[in-house]
Design a protein around this ligand. Structure first.
Ligand code: ZN
Length: 252
């Protein structure tokens, strides 16, 4: 399994919010490198890539802020690289920011700029590589952007689990994926703010491992192991790296 990362993601000055916080990327990459994962570096997404998921008006809105736009293009490019690697049978986790699952076709909110997941999947589809996809979004917040951007594509299914506690959360995922017969790729919007000490106050480190493993087994069963994950939320920096590594160990 490969990690997609670019040193520019360490720059926290593209925005001032929890996703752009200093030390956040470092906490993840220190743990991933200690875990022995090797890194691949992305190119920024092109205007044509962005137009797969967004209106020209929304892109122009983001473009008004050059620092944000440049980082958001690199983030979307990281998502595309992870998806391409996954298609070529190399599982990948993209450690990218800004996150993307709240970015819809025409607008965005929270810490997101472009819909990284939508852009990556629509790119594979536009190139004729896939016709269907499954997205698990385990962020504490529903990925309304992923849902909006992928809504015109009936063969792309998005699942945001809802549950009161960690056990029923895992069971909800198991139940949903047990009904999936066939998809061309398994994708994960990996939001670690579901962590028990983060905003979502729900999942333990071991649960991220279990979710990663469930996605790996699903990919083995339905799509010749093709799978990738993109970083979304996750703000409890102290434990963020170990939670990401736990997910990756299950996913790998
Ligand atoms: Zn979130």
């Amino acid at each position: 399994m490969k990690v997609v990362f670019h040193e520019n993601f360490k720059c926290s000055e593209y925005a001032s919010n929890s996703a752009s916080a200093p030390g956040r990327m470092e906490s993840i990459m220190t743990e991933l490198k200690a875990g022995g994962y090797t890194v691949a570096s992305p190119e920024p997404a092109s205007m044509d890539d962005l137009l797969l998921a967004h209106t020209a008006t929304h892109i122009a809105d983001i473009q008004k802020d050059k620092k944000l736009f440049d980082m958001a293009c690199l983030s979307a490019g990281g998502a595309i690289l992870a998806a391409k690697m996954a298609f070529n049978m190399e599982p990948a986790f993209a450690c990218i920011r800004p996150p993307g699952h709240h970015a819809s076709r025409e607008k965005t909110w929270d810490y997101c700029a472009f819909c990284n997941m939508g852009i990556a999947l629509l790119k594979l589809k536009a190139e004729g590589l896939i016709q269907s996809a499954f997205v698990l979004d385990f962020d504490a917040h529903t990925g309304d952007g992923n849902i909006n951007v992928l809504s015109a594509w009936p063969e792309a299914k998005v699942f945001n689990p809802m549950a009161h506690d960690s056990q029923s959360y895992i069971e909800a995922i198991e139940d949903y994926i047990s009904k999936i017969q066939q998809v061309d790729i398994v994708a994960v919007s990996a939001g670690f703010d579901t962590y028990e000490k983060d905003l979502g106050k729900k999942l333990k480190t071991m649960d991220f491992y279990l979710i990663g493993r469930l996605m790996k087994h699903l990919a083995k069963r339905v799509c010749r192991k093709r799978r990738f994950a993109l970083l979304e939320g996750g703000y409890y920096i102290q434990d963020l790296g170990k939670n990401v590594v736990a997910f990756c160990q299950g996913f790998d």
